[in-house]
Each structure stands twice: as C-alpha cells, then as structure tokens.
Design a protein around this ligand. Structure first.
Ligand code: G4P
Length: 526
C-alpha cells in the first residue's frame, strides 16, 4: 500500500451536529479527552456561543474570532487521525454549518433523550440526505428522565426520514439508569456518574449470560433481554454498506456529560465511518488517491481585530498531498500562489505544517484572494461542486448612507459575500441590492463589519419576502414570459443566475401553477 493510501485510510473527517443544547460541545470535548488532545473537561467550552445573547452579537463575533483554533480539531486515536469540524451553535449561522457539511465524510447527530428531534436537527439532516452523508446518531442525557428509547427510535425514523438501527441499548433511564448493553461488541458498560472518568465494562458471552443478572439485577436483565429480542425482530441486522450509502443510521445511547457511552461510540465510529471519499467536481470525479493535489475552500474566517484585516481560508484536501511552499493554481483567478504558512489544527493548537493529506483541513492566511467554493489544483481546471446556497429566510435592502464611500461599501459587500456571511441578490428591475440571511444577527454583523473593516456605513430597508428560488426551464420562451410577468420580483444571484423573489407562499404557489414549464429550486444546486 502506498504511503498516500495508508494516510487516507487512517483519516476520519466528520462534524457533530445538533439542535442547540443537545450536547454537541460536551460530546466534542469528551472525544478530545479520549484522543488525549485535552486533559481536562471544560476546555472547549470557551468556543461555545451563548444562544441567549442575540443582542450581544459583538460578544458572539469575539467568540467566533477565538474559535478559529477550534474550527477544526484534529487528534490521533488508536491508529486513526480524526478531524472534527466544528459548526457554530447559533442558528443564525446555519449557512456556515451547511457549508461545513460539504467538507466532511460523515456526521454524528446528537439528540437529547427528553426533547427528541428538534427543528435544527431536522434541517441539518436534510442537508446530509441531499449528499448521502453517512450519519450516526447519539442519544444523549440518558442520566435524565426522558422518553422511552423505542419511542425515540420511531421519532428518529419519522422525523429524520432515515432507517435506524440501535447498536447499543440503555438499561433503564433517568435516576435508575444503570448502563448500556453494547449490541455491536456484545458487552455491558456500567454507568458511573463521573465527568472525567471512563466507565467500567463487563464482558459477557451473550445476552443470556447470568453475569448480566448479577450486575444489573434480575428485573432489569429480563427487561433488557425482552428489548433486545424485540430489536432483533423489528430491525434488520446492521449493514455497513447501507450506513455508508446514507440509508441507515446506527444509534448509540449515552451521557456525554458523564463520559458515558462515548468511548463505545468512538470505537465503533473509527471502524465503520468512511475515510475520505471520491468527490464530484464539475469536470470529473476526483479520487483521494490521485497523486496530484486538489482541494477547495469551504469556510473563510475573518479576523475580528480591525488592525489585522486578514482572514483564514479553510481548505479541505480532496486528493494528493498538499505541500508547503509548492505552487498551486487558484482556478477561479487563473493565478498561481505559493503558501509558506499553511496551518494544521491539532487539538486546539494551530501549527505550521509541511504537508497535509486528503481528509485534512488546512488554514491558509488570506488577504482577499479566496472565496467560498474556490478550488486549488496543481494546474488542472477543476471546479468542485456541492456548495449549495439555500434560500435565505430574511431579506433587506442595503442602502449606502455615505455617498463618498460607495467604493468601500461595494468592496466590503463583495468580500463579505465571498466569505459567505450572507447572500447578495441584485434586483433586475431597479438594480437595488438585497441581502438575504438566515437570522437578524447576520444583518448586525454585516453593518458592523462594513463600518469597522471598510469604513462604509449602510442602513437596512425592510423588504418582506417569503423565499428566493432559483428558476430554470428547458423552454426559453416560457422562461422569458415568466421573467416579463414577474420583472419586479426577478433578481440575479452572485453567479448571475435568475432568482425569483416570492413575497408570499401563496404567490409562489400561484406562480408554480401558472407556469408549469418553469422549475423552482430552493437551493442553488440542481
Ligand atoms: P450544545 O453544544 O449542543 O449547545 O450543548 P452543550 O454541550 O453545551 O450542552 C448543553 C447543556 O446540556 C449543558 O448544560 C451541558 O452540561 C448539558 N449536558 C450535556 N450532556 C449531558 C448529559 O449527558 N447529561 C446531562 N444531564 N446534561 C448534559 P448547561 O447548564 O447549559 O451548561 P453548563 O453550565 O453545564 O456548562
């Protein structure tokens, strides 16, 4: 096996996603603890954006600044190199999360046992489904009173629209929680409420082993056997391939806070989760084993310090080996660049690296050359697909309040949009600029950053829109007729594509009925 293949097979690049408060931060931290990347719990917490502080967004941005180092957390565990890509906890930054999902090979979803599937989880799962990303589910907080595990499984299947297969099973929950039976490895882990220590394990021969009765008591042992029998009757055997194709999600139970069930999750994860996979570029499929380096930018993080208006572009390596000081082609501009200070992210430290392999993420200091979705190669004209924009939820007109600073404003808007802070649409009728976001917070961030980083001031004008949809038709006449009829509501996106701005669900529905030859898309990738 070549060294490159060896490095690729060792890598597991994934993201943990959840609705705020389900336990993503806690789980991340416990995984780092196992990897020896940190030594005390509580170290990742500073990265957490408090969701209560909507008005306190300055604080949020400050924390985002800090979180550069924790945007990617790499560590070694057993023979594997694990890269966790962090996603922002605040739902107003959901676009960031969607984009990060384009750079991972698999995902762990955390669900609170008492709350079940929540809104944000559902949305994120939709993105995973679009890309057939393999998903493992961790049902958290078993130390608290929650729902019946069978009900949770049903809810996961219905709400997340994916088949599930439990690979571990709780023995009682809440105050009576005793541990989990590990279906995958045929062992029992006994629960000990402890935030720093690892659980005791009881090896058993099979589910009928009398050792189970001795350790958890006859009643719980009987209930466990009944449950396991039911599970094997209801759920088909776990099949790795179905998981890898995104058709079935294995489910684990535990308590991240008590470091319980986390090691079981991690051990199974490294065995079944995919190593870096082939990626579709517009031109062709790129295999990670190819000798030549390719990679794409999935995230740009601005430095909040106004004295250093530098950014870091996060590049996911797709194939070959990235080498420091080599010359690479920046496909969009057609120019070549040499990167002398690429950083890798190990644990919570950021260090200059000499080489990086597929699955790894490196940070490149950026003084404005990169945009989200940019491709780097050794010379080939490649464009990686799969960075869709979603219809924003909120829209406002952006107006210049200082005519002397028009240039600065336009430059600022262009760069911030390139960073993926929000989406820009230009109305085709009156040429006014419209900014679309997921939440109010982004408008505040944009206004602040335009002023502090570009010296441009702006104000927002309300615009009531329901959705932006990308339109397309095989029938050019129908398309032109639609655009004429809706001319006041037509805009261009950043790539110059036609977007219809529907001001209500009703209007959109009528448009769909009146123009059957037009296809309406709610993401920019179709
Ligand atoms: P998030 O990143 O998904 O938003 O969630 P986070 O890990 O911050 O966890 C949210 C809250 O849930 C935290 O409490 C955390 O301590 C708690 N938690 C996480 N895992 C478990 C678990 O297994 N059992 C129990 N009982 N609680 C859990 P908090 O009060 O919001 O924060 P803190 O004051 O404890 O830091």
């Amino acid at each position: 096996m070549s060294e490159l293949t060896n490095e690729i097979l060792k890598r597991r690049t994934f993201a943990i996603i959840s609705h705020p408060d389900a336990g993503k931060t806690t789980l991340t931290e416990k995984l780092l603890l196992f990897g020896g990347a940190i030594h005390v719990a509580g170290a990742v917490k500073s990265n957490k954006i408090k969701k209560t502080a909507t008005s306190d967004w300055m604080e949020i941005e400050k924390q985002r600044g800090i979180s550069v180092a924790t945007s990617v957390m790499g560590f070694n565990y057993k023979d594997y190199k694990i890269n966790i890509l962090d996603t922002p906890g605040h739902q107003d930054f959901a676009e960031d999360t969607y984009r990060t999902l384009t750079a991972v090979d698999s995902v762990i979803i955390v669900v609170d046992v008492a709350k079940g599937v929540e809104l944000q989880t559902r949305k994120l799962m939709e993105v995973c489904r679009m890309r057939n990303t393999p998903v493992i589910i961790f049902v958290n907080k078993l130390d608290r009173e929650g729902r019946d595990p069978f009900d949770i499984l049903d809810e996961l299947e219905q709400e997340l629209k994916i088949s599930v297969r439990p690979l571990s099973w709780p023995i009682n929950i809440g105050a009576k929680f005793k541990g989990v039976y590990n279906i995958y490895e045929n062992s029992i882990s006994l629960f000990q409420p402890d935030k720093q220590r690892v659980t005791d394990r009881v090896e058993i021969t099979d589910i009928n082993d009398p050792e189970i009765d001795r350790t958890v008591g006859a009643d719980d042992a009987r209930k466990l056997r009944d449950d396991i029998e039911l599970i094997s009757g209801v759920y088909p055997e776990f099949n790795d391939d179905e998981y890898l194709q995104g058709q079935v999600a294995p489910v684990f139970f535990g308590s991240a806070l008590n470091t319980f069930g986390v090691k079981e999750l991690l051990d199974c994860f490294i065995r079944i989760a995919p190593s870096p996979r082939a990626i579709h570029a517009q031109e062709r499929v790129v295999e990670p084993q190819e000798e030549k380096f390719t990679g794409f930018v999935f995230k740009i993080q601005a430095n909040m310090d106004p004295n250093h208006r530098s950014c870091i572009a996060f590049v996911k390596i797709c194939s070959g080996v990235f080498r420091r000081n080599s010359t690479y082609l920046h496909v969009r501009s057609g120019k070549t660049y040499r990167f002398s200070a690429p950083t890798a992210f190990m644990a919570q430290k950021k260090d200059i690296v000499d080489e990086a392999f597929p699955g790894d993420v490196i940070g490149l200091p950026d003084s404005g050359i990169f945009k989200i979705g940019d491709t780097l190669t050794e010379g080939e004209m490649l464009h990686f697909k799969g960075l869709p924009s979603f219809s924003p939820e909120m829209f406002k007109y952006i107006e210049n309040t200082d005519p002397m600073k028009t240039k600065q404003l336009n430059k600022g808007i262009e760069q911030l949009m390139g960073e993926g802070v929000a989406q820009l649409f230009v109305n085709q009728f009156n040429n006014r600029k419209i900014i679309g976001t997921v939440g109010q917070l982004q408008f505040e961030v944009i206004q602040y950053r335009l002023l502090h980083e570009y010296g441009a001031s702006c104000r927002w004008e309300p615009l009531h829109l329901y959705k932006a949809c990308w339109i397309q038709s095989d029938d050019d006449e129908a398309l032109q007729a639609f655009k004429r009829r809706k001319q006041q509501f037509m805009a261009l996106d950043k790539d110059g594509r036609d977007v219809f701005l529907a001001d209500s669900g009703y209007v959109l529905q009528m448009a769909q009925e009146d123009f059957p030859k037009i296809k309406f898309h709610f993401t920019s990738e179709f």
